[in-house]
Design a protein around this ligand. Structure first.
Ligand code: FAD
Length: 384
């Protein structure tokens, strides 16, 4: 009797999608597969918690986990930066190694490109990675009130809700510290409404939450430059004393080597199976560009990276087992929207609905805030 050789499945990136895909593959296949995760960082940060950290409600060590924990599940962890993906040769190159695969999952996320908004890196803050969120927290602690500007540099960016949560949490922070009466908060975005991908109902609901907190909302406003005391938006200089700018996002540079990018520059996939056009190569999460019926893209959010990872892992497991049926990602997603003051709303729906995503929002309250905290604890305990 011949015994089939174990298949090598390589997962690029150990973030939300990569962790879920690698863990599921190990659970499904055991010794029938060698599962390798290639990850450049030493530790994983649970991104939604960065917004609480920014206002002093979390410490870095409570929202961060060492990637080495993946090894305890039998996953091989390669700590390296992926420099090239050669789908013709079924191999991945890092700075000092070549890794061959039978199946590949690309879960490299999105990168920031501060150079796309001159001055942003020098003069503004953001909560979009751990080091930056710590700097924002420290700067906020020294802020004595004044003109606050929260701006979205460009589209797309990770987590449609996060910039709006940022503005409302800063509002709550300023109230708690007796600074709100001497402060103004203005929010600028290129979008026509908050979270337009989720539809007009959600957009108007979030706009109403901003208005209730005296956060002036400026849609269709594209920042073009930042100086030490003003942000240029639509050709007008908007003065500020404290500026938070969600940085421009771009696909990871290595995506260019794959030949798998679609018209958006992000990796094109079959949205049901998560297959790319290269044989045995899947892509999940923020690195993908999945067009929706309304002409926008599926948001870059952990909830979708997670759901897609489950499907891609299942499909690879079935292929290895010789089962040609395919699991499908259905585009459903749920997102808590923190509004400050210990309250959150809950948006959920079907983003693959036609002619547009069908998303509803539960009114903000303490229950959904508790749900968001519970989700954070689930993630940090269950996954890494
Ligand atoms: C402030 C903030 C709040 C958020 N809140 C929410 C929320 O409430 N709900 C929600 O659903 N989503 C939220 N998100 C979005 C969510 O974090 C991302 O969508 C999710 O992490 C995407 O998962 P991913 O696996 O695609 O990418 P990531 O989790 O970013 O993982 C990519 C991994 O690839 C690694 N990597 C990149 N390039 C290389 C390379 N060349 N070589 C080796 N490794 C590499 C990175 O180090 C990283 O670990 C939030 C994001 C932010 C920034």
């Amino acid at each position: 009797m011949s015994v089939a050789a174990a298949q090598t499945v390589v997962v690029l990136g150990g973030g939300v999608g990569g962790q879920v895909a690698a863990t599921r593959l190990m659970q499904r296949l055991g010794t029938r597969a060698r599962v390798i995760v290639v990850e450049r960082s030493t530790s994983f940060t649970f991104s939604p918690s960065l917004l609480w950290l920014m206002v002093g409600q979390r410490r870095p060590e409570t929202i961060t986990r060492d990637f080495s924990k993946l090894s305890s599940r039998g996953i091989e962890l390669v700590r390296a930066t992926v420099t090239e993906i050669d789908t013709e040769g079924s191999r991945v190159l890092t700075e000092d190694a070549v890794i061959h695969y039978d199946y590949l999952v690309i879960a490299l996320g999105a990168e920031h490109d501060p150079a796309l908004l001159p001055g942003a890196a020098e003069y503004t803050h953001h909560p979009y990675d751990l080091a930056a969120a710590i700097r924002l927290r420290d700067a906020l602690a020294g802020f004595g009130g004044g003109r606050v500007v929260v701006a979205i540099a460009s589209l797309p960016y990770r987590c449609p809700a996060a910039p709006y949560e940022t503005a409302m949490l800063i509002d709550g922070y300023l109230r708690d510290h007796g600074l709100r009466d001497r402060s103004t908060i203005d929010m600028y975005t290129p979008e026509p409404l908050p979270m337009p991908v989720a539809g007009a109902f959600i957009g108007h609901s979030v706009a109403a939450e901003l208005a209730a907190r005296r956060i002036a909302f400026h849609p269709r406003s594209v920042p073009s430059a930042v100086s030490a005391d003003a942000i240029t938006v639509g050709g007008t200089d908007v003065p500020y004393e404290f500026a938070v700018v969600i940085p421009p996002h771009r696909p990871p540079a290595v995506v260019g080597s794959t030949g798998l990018a679609g018209a958006s520059g992000w990796i094109a996939v079959d949205r049901a199976s998560l297959r790319t056009r290269a044989a045995n190569v899947y892509a999940i999460g923020d690195v993908t560009g999945i067009p929706l019926e309304n002409g926008l893209m599926l948001p870059k959010a952990g909830v979708f990276a997670h759901g897609e990872a489950e499907v891609a892992a299942e499909n690879i497991a079935r292929r290895i087992e010789g089962n040609l049926s395919e699991a499908s990602f259905d585009g459903h997603g749920t997102c808590f929207l923190e509004v400050g003051g210990g309250k959150a709303g809950l948006a959920r729906g079907d983003f693959f609905a036609s002619p547009a995503p069908a998303v509803t929002m539960q009114r903000p309250g303490r229950l959904w805030h508790a749900g968001k905290v519970g989700f954070e604890q689930y993630w940090l305990r269950r996954w890494i």
